[in-house]
Ligand binder design. Structure first.
Ligand code: NAD
Length: 492
């Protein structure tokens, strides 16, 4: 079996524990590679190396333009290796090759965009109200950033964090999910080829409790940027508060996808299916609550059920596959558990509800696209994140009611609105409490557009021009150009 090592100081290295763990292929349910099992000592070494790279040496000496050029070079290398990276991600994660191939081609844009921003980080000259002083600000990198990623989209979610962190001049220690570490380890090897100084980008693999929490508590880490479950995010936020680390959190969602009776139903039905069944529902922005106006409710349900029924399940490597396996065995069991919860709560099963079997599903962890109707928003199936192909349909009568239901949840990550009324589109996009609102579309993201959560869906924003500020801090410099220093006991 292939082995994946930690990547520290520009080199592969063995885990200090001497221990390895298996990573599985979700389509076969079988292990295909071994991953280094990190511990406190590995984290300590990686952070010290990253701290040294940040404080002294070649990275520090680079001009911002040269740093940007390196990021553009890594973008080119990712583009050149896109097919290979996509294949590894499919094998380890079960994502569709069709989606992953496109994603791997798009990924370089994050590195190019933030590479372009690297030499546009500027301070200000402050027009002071005091004579005899010159005051200016410097925007300085925070230092070592700990990056903790989940299993559902390892390369994409890493790019959202790593590209702005490096553009800002930070160095990084990455802790990928224990379920999907391989693609991150393949990616970081490209940084050396691109010419990044050693120690700027490091990876320690392993488990949350053995590696992630050590990274969060390490005193030389100045920021933790995390994507994952809200429960983990809460623990990280509390632990990081002990030594006042900066924190960025991208957490879960229970996103409403709202179809009004004036919507173009062909588009809306497509959007509903794409919102929940694309990526097998394993996305933080899954449109898992479908709110449908009473007038079109039955028609929409029938059409969504009919379309979802045709979804081709199977080997994620085949381009015709539309719904792949669940990425991990625990997640597979969790999804099945939620189907039972919904049944127990009295939701009506309109489609699916079972493990998907058949030769096309191999021995993988497949769950049928599942649709529940008659869902009340107070049910657990409407309030808790399933993170799988399970849709809850909720009926509403008025725009007012749609807003109330949409917001009656502790999350606020994404939302869809389907309407042909422009006024309603604006009203809804203003009133829904969510970091992203899509009108007459769903599941669109770009490196150019800010992304993040309201309420329990997170803290801070990724993507777009402002995300680089999440890795910078401001220093105010005062130069005395001739002011008398005067009485030492009085504020100047
Ligand atoms: P998870 O929280 O279990 O794990 C995420 C990462 O945190 C993993 O690398 C894990 O090892 C690590 N970790 C676990 N416990 C830790 C601890 N105590 N300290 C430090 N690190 C720890 O999440 P997951 O199951 O891998 O991912 C699914 C979740 O991610 C879903 O809730 C989903 O909504 C969320 N998600 C959010 C976004 C977003 O951008 N908002 C995107 C994708 C996924």
């Amino acid at each position: 079996m292939e082995r994946y090592y930690h990547y520290i100081d520009g080199a592969r290295c063995e885990p200090k524990s001497g221990a390895w763990f298996a990573t599985d292929n979700p389509f076969t349910g079988e292990p295909w590679a071994e991953i280094a099992r990190g511990n406190e000592a590995d984290v300590d070494r990686a952070v010290k190396v990253a701290h040294q790279a940040f404080s002294t040496g070649a990275w520090r000496e680079l001009s911002a333009s040269a740093r940007g050029a390196l990021l553009c070079r890594i973008a080119d290398l990712i583009a050149a290796n896109a097919a290979r990276l996509a294949e590894i991600e499919v094998r380890d994660n079960g994502k569709l090759y069709a989606e992953m191939h496109a994603q791997a081609q798009y990924l370089p844009q994050w590195y190019r965009y933030y590479g372009g921003l690297a030499d546009k980080i500027q301070g200000r000259v402050i027009p002071l109200d005091k004579k005899g002083y010159f005051n200016f600000t410097r925007r300085e990198p925070l230092g070592v950033v700990g990056i903790i990623t989940p299993w559902n989209s390892p390369l994409m979610l890493l790019a959202w964090k790593l590209a702005p962190a490096l553009a800002a001049g930070c160095t990084a220690v990455i802790k990928p999910s224990e379920f999907t570490s391989a693609s991150t380890l393949e990616l970081v090897e490209l940084f050396e080829q691109a010419g990044f100084p050693k120690g700027v980008v490091n990876v320690v693999t392993g488990f949350g409790k053995e590696v992630g929490s050590e990274l969060v508590s390490h005193p030389l880490v100045r920021k933790i940027t995390f994507t994952g479950a809200d429960s983990t995010g809460r623990q990280i936020n509390q632990a990081a508060a002990r030594d006042f680390k900066h924190v960025g959190l991208e957490l879960g969602g229970k996103s409403p996808n709202v179809i009004f009776d004036d919507a173009n139903l062909d588009d809306a039905v497509n959007g509903a299916v794409s919102g929940i069944f694309a990526a097998t529902g394993q996305t933080c922005i899954a449109g898992s609550r479908l709110l449908v106006h009473a007038k079109v409710h039955d028609e929409v349900v029938e059409r969504v059920v009919n379309l979802a029924r045709t979804a081709r399940m199977g080997n994620p490597m085949h381009v015709e596959t539309q719904v792949g396996p669940i990425t991990t065995r625990p997640q597979f069991e969790k999804v099945l558990g939620y189907i039972e919860v919904a049944r127990g709560e009295g939701a009506e099963l309109a489609l699916g509800g079972k493990v998907a079997e058949g030769p096309e599903c191999g021995s993988g962890w497949f769950v049928e696209p599942t649709i529940f109707t008659g869902v009340d928003n107070s049910m657990r199936i409407a309030q808790e994140e399933v993170f799988g192909p399970v849709l809850s349909v909720i009926r509403f009568e008025t725009e007012e009611e749609a807003v109330a239901i949409a917001n009656d949840v502790r999350f606020g990550l994404g939302a869809g609105v389907w309407t042909s009324d422009i006024g309603r589109a604006f009203r809804m996009s203003e009133r829904i409490e969510s970091g992203t609102v899509w009108v007459n579309t769903y599941r669109a993201v770009s490196y150019l557009s800010p992304f993040g959560g309201y309420k329990d869906s997170g803290l801070g924003r990724e993507n777009g021009i402002d995300a680089i500020n999440e890795y910078l801090q401001t220093k105010s410099v005062w130069i005395n150009t001739g002011a008398p220093n005067g009485n030492p006991f009085v504020l100047k």
